[in-house]
Design a binder for this molecule. Structure first.
Ligand SMILES: [Fe+2]
Length: 274
């Protein structure tokens, strides 16, 4: 079945859409095409149909994606246009970095929580960090990093907060239900990563919506936001296409990530800082 992505949006139109109308178009697009709901891999995971080996493989592929979030959030601050935007965005950055940098009782970095999840699947840290990845993961994480670094802040916020962070809380709440019913072999101490994102991203989505809404006055900026949303959806689909094909034995090409991946291989510290 053919789905034409974003066909309702009029690129030729000169007048900007009403802000509510524009955001409604974005929401409809996102809700109908979010990988977790419509991609075969998302459905398979959510339906509780994955084998332990498939779950482990998926985790090693998703690691570099989730480990990139601190850089993405840092670029949201770096590319902000005002101090008040930076003040709004520092909270989500701190959450990604881990609130344990401020207080011992805080939450670890989200990348660390994901490694805990991997450990609960039976994967050692070295196995995750030394795993080979499929080409579509390379493409997705390097391209998301490029958009975060090079494009205006509201474009990357559209990519992340209006798409993923909007859809993820409900997706992860369902996934947590699936863990409790279908993946009972995964210990609950490993699910903190999903528990945190099932709630915290609700606030991030609202915050991102406010920031993006402040750039909706011109059709030119609406075009930029719409293209960012489309790229975001496409990147996730491509990423999971590659992972799913490899999971089902249809794709055998792998890459061992270079040092500092997905950033440039140089310069890099003499010893990994961790
Ligand atoms: Fe996170």
């Amino acid at each position: 079945m053919l789905t034409l992505l974003g066909e309702k949006y009029d690129w030729v139109r000169e007048q900007p859409y009403d802000a509510c109308e524009f955001l409604a178009l974005v929401d409809e697009l996102t809700e109908n095409n979010f990988y977790g709901r419509v991609h075969p891999l998302g459905k398979c995971l959510l339906d509780g149909q994955m084998t332990p080996d498939e779950m482990r493989f998926l985790a090693t592929q998703e690691y570099y994606y989730y480990a990139s979030t601190t850089w993405w959030n840092a670029f949201k601050l770096a590319n902000s246009d005002t101090l008040s935007q930076q003040r709004l965005l520092h909270g989500p950055l701190l959450e990604e970095l881990g609130t344990d940098v401020l207080e011992d009782s805080g939450t670890p970095a989200h990348a660390e929580l994901f490694l805990q999840y991997c450990e609960s699947l039976g994967l050692k840290r070295d196995e995750v960090l030394g795993a080979t990845i499929v080409p579509s993961v390379v493409l997705a994480v390097t391209e998301l990093l490029r958009i975060a670094r090079e494009r205006p802040q509201f474009e990357f916020i559209a990519c992340s907060n209006l798409v993923i962070e909007k859809m993820r809380p409900a997706f992860y709440r369902k996934l947590l239900d699936t863990f409790s019913v279908n993946y009972t072999w995964v210990p609950t101490w490993g699910l903190k990563f999903y528990e945190v994102h099932a709630t915290s991203d609700v606030g991030h989505s609202t915050l991102g919506r406010r920031l993006v809404a402040s750039y909706l006055d011109s059709k030119r900026d609406q075009d930029a936001i719409m293209s960012a949303v489309l790229r975001s959806l496409c990147l996730r689909h491509v990423m999971y296409d590659g992972i799913f094909a490899a999971m089902k034995g249809k794709q055998s090409l792998r890459l061992k990530p270079w040092p500092n991946f997905p950033r440039e291989p140089w310069p890099r510290p003499r010893q990994a800082a961790n």
